[in-house]
Ligand binder design. Structure first.
Ligand code: NOJ
Ligand code: CA
Length: 682
């Protein structure tokens, strides 16, 4: 996949003793970002980052503590410094753009301490930098890491958009606060911040492979973040076999918020694609027998059995409760609707036995991923779907029992191939088994990637919920289409600003299956059990999410009968592509608004989406991204004068006009509102 790769080794100088190591630095290709490296008198490695004339990261410690009480954070000498230059273009299998430039200056500092050798590799791009550690030699070829001591020393009391440290979940709303008001010992990445001088910066990690996920613990007085790795059951952080490369620690920086959204730093710090033939990997637009279970209108389970044990339960003689959503008739109804409206796939949850007792029990054997419920005809329904030109999407809820899922994984994927499924939505709700492991600990991080690799062997695409937050691995394994790993639409009630923050945080690692497209906002009107749940969003806001929340798997989350109420607005969901040749972020501020224009990968059409937070705003959309002089037919879906995401969310208006690159269109966004625009050339 990698085209035109130019890596030039520039220079190297050897054996600098610690006393005269002094300082060295490496700059971005445009010269704006400078990363300094030094060893202090105690041989402690340290880095700093500046952007133009502004410091971004003050001198910060680097390294690790080992479980045997020794450390890889001091006593080092510099053996060698190697520099490299890379400027290449690569073509993502799917994405926001059809070509990505990987343009950086690299510097590798080789350190030694007795019989230990450790490199620190830096790559500095125009939009940020990353560094990682390479453990090369050690008397013991298996290192047990106790903790990482990497620091990120901030230069002031920045505003941050953060979720609290947690080893198992990212399903939280973001808090916007100053660093010294962070109400948790630590936070998760990707962490978005804005400094008083207007600089935006983002801390995350790239290429999380065979390693625990990193949290950031804050020392409020000094405004220093320190890495904290998700522990293993024995309390250590990781066991690694040499030679070993850690994930990259990343800092994205710009004086424009839109640049943070447009940055490809995380992807660029991942390895090129490892799948030789990617022709089977295709973006997917799908519907699902899903929202009706989430809202309690129907159930995943088939019976109300108590004291349930999957190994012994006899479904044939059990009495169904009559509310099973994934029954033949209902699934056929969804297939008919999804196929009539041009969708690629239909997700069916609750198709398999075991849902009677799946939630929060820490049971090893919850599902077998193989046996359909008596009223789900797996062969017949797949045949029916295929005849109608769509596929069913598989669902594997593991209930956190990774041990059990691994036992069944091969057979479960084989079953998919047998019936023609090529996409699986997996899920990890609940505490992880084996006990003591966490969703983000090293072994479980390995599990998620192994599942993706096994899936690739069978030409299966993966969309994993509750898995570790993504770190750009979809470049290497593009069958990893999306993750959830954040608070998604399943919560219904969330602050409207959430969708203006996620693209700055969670989406920096990779696409999110947010499940947009909810049209019926008062959920208790059709699912009375779902007390107090009202979506605070207008229909235009929900349409805009297909643009602002980039993903190559996009769901139309609501029920067919709700789309039937608003077929003219539903037309936008039918039209909107899920793969793009170019994306231009027009306007953005975390917590406030996001406006993005994207060009379809398969036509000359453009689409624009804009979302706002809980504030209404007058917005003037410019079309400077269009080719000059060309006329586009423009269909606008926007909030009506009386739309309001809190009190009148289902009002919208649609109109047609013509625009060129010189046009300007006033578009009012209601509270929790937005707009969606289709630009078509006849
Ligand atoms: C949580 C997932 O995020 C949701 O989409 C799914 O429906 C449930 N788990 C059940 O698997
Ligand atoms: Ca979830």
């Amino acid at each position: 996949m990698s085209k035109l790769r130019t890596i030039i080794l520039l220079s190297c100088f050897c054996c600098m003793p610690m006393a005269n190591a002094g300082k060295t630095n490496v700059k971005s290709p445009d010269g704006r970002i400078s990363v300094g490296f030094s060893l202090d008198r105690k041989g402690r490695p340290c880095y700093s980052v500046s952007y133009g004339d502004k410091d971004i990261i003050r001198p910060s410690c680097m390294g690790f503590e080992l479980s045997d009480g020794t450390s890889l954070s001091d006593g080092f000498r510099i053996k060698k410094i190697t520099r490299e230059r890379c400027d290449s273009l690569w073509t993502p299998v799917w994405g926001e753009n059809d070509s990505i430039r990987e343009n950086y200056n690299g510097m590798t500092v080789s350190l030694s301490k007795n019989k230990t050798r450790m490199d620190i590799e830096f790559r500095v791009f125009d939009d940020g930098m990353g560094f990682r550690y390479v453990f090369r030699e050690h008397p013991d070829p298996v290192l047990v890491l106790k903790e990482e001591v990497t620091e990120f020393a901030m230069t002031g009391n920045h505003t941050a958009w953060w979720i609290p440290e947690d080893y198992d979940s990212q399903e939280f709303e973001y808090t916007e606060s100053l660093l010294d008001e962070i109400g948790a010992p630590g936070v998760q990445t990707s962490l978005m911040m804005k400094a008083d001088n207007g600089i935006y910066l983002n801390l995350h990690e790239a290429a999380l492979v065979d390693f625990p996920a990193m949290h950031l613990r804050i020392d409020k007085p000094s405004k220093v973040f320190r890495a904290h790795l998700t522990p293993r059951p024995d309390g250590t952080a990781a066991e690694v076999t040499l030679p070993f490369r850690t994930p990259w620690r990343t800092v994205t920086v710009s004086d424009k918020a839109t640049d943070i959204l447009a940055s490809n730093l995380t992807l660029n710090l991942n390895e090129p694609c490892k799948i030789a033939d990617t022709s089977w990997i295709k973006p997917v637009k799908f519907m699902g027998v899903w929202w009706e279970m989430i809202t309690g209108k129907s159930k995943w389970s088939y019976t109300d059995a108590k004291d349930f044990d999957l190994a012994t339960f006899d479904y044939a003689s059990a009495t169904p409760h009559g509310q099973h959503g994934a029954n033949n008739e209902n699934v056929r109804r969804y297939i008919d609707f999804a196929s009539r409206h041009g969708f690629d796939q239909l997700l069916v949850e609750g198709w398999n036995v075991g849902w009677e007792d799946w939630y929060g029990k820490e049971k090893d054997f919850v599902f077998d991923f193989l046996t359909p419920y008596p009223d789900f005809d797996i062969a017949g329904l797949n045949d029916y779907a295929h005849k109608k030109g769509i596929r069913l999407m598989m669902h594997h809820e593991t209930s956190g029992s990774v041990a059990n899922y691994e036992r069944y994984l091969d057979a479960a994927y084989d079953l998919m191939r047998k019936y023609g499924y090529n996409t699986v939505k997996s899920g990890y709700v609940g505490n992880i088994l084996p006990k003591g492991e966490y969703h983000y600990s090293q072994n479980i991080v390995n599990h998620y990637l192994n599942a993706v690799k096994k899936a690739a062997d069978r030409r299966i695409m993966v969309n994993a919920h509750e898995a570790v937050r993504p770190t750009g691995l979809c470049r290497t394994w593009p069958n990893l289409m999306a993750n959830e790993s954040a608070m998604g639409q399943e919560y219904a009630e969330m602050s409207p600003r959430h969708v203006t923050i996620l693209p700055f945080t969670r989406l920096k690692g990779g696409p999110m299956d947010f499940t947009p497209g909810i049209f019926r906002m008062d959920i208790t009107s059709f699912a009375p059990g779902y007390q107090g749940k009202k979506k605070r969003a207008t229909i235009s806001n929900q349409l805009a999410l297909y643009l602002t929340m980039y993903s190559p798997v996009q769901m139309a989350g609501d029920l067919p009968e709700h789309y039937e109420r608003y077929m003219d607005a539903f037309q936008f969901i039918k039209d909107v592509p899920v793969d793009w040749s170019r994306s231009v972020y027009l306007d953005a501020e975390p917590g406030d608004l996001i406006v993005v224009a994207r060009k379809d990968r398969n036509s000359s059409d453009w689409y624009v989406g804009g979302v706002t937070n809980e504030d209404a705003r007058e917005y003037i959309l410019g079309f400077g991204f269009l080719p000059e002089g060309e006329v586009y037919e423009c269909t606008v879906y926007r909030d009506a004068a009386d739309s309001d995401g809190f009190t009148n969310p289902e009002r919208y208006e649609i109109f047609n006009t013509r625009v060129t690159s010189a046009s300007e269109l006033p578009l009012r966004m209601a509270r929790a509102g937005g707009f969606a625009v289709r630009l078509h050339q006849k």
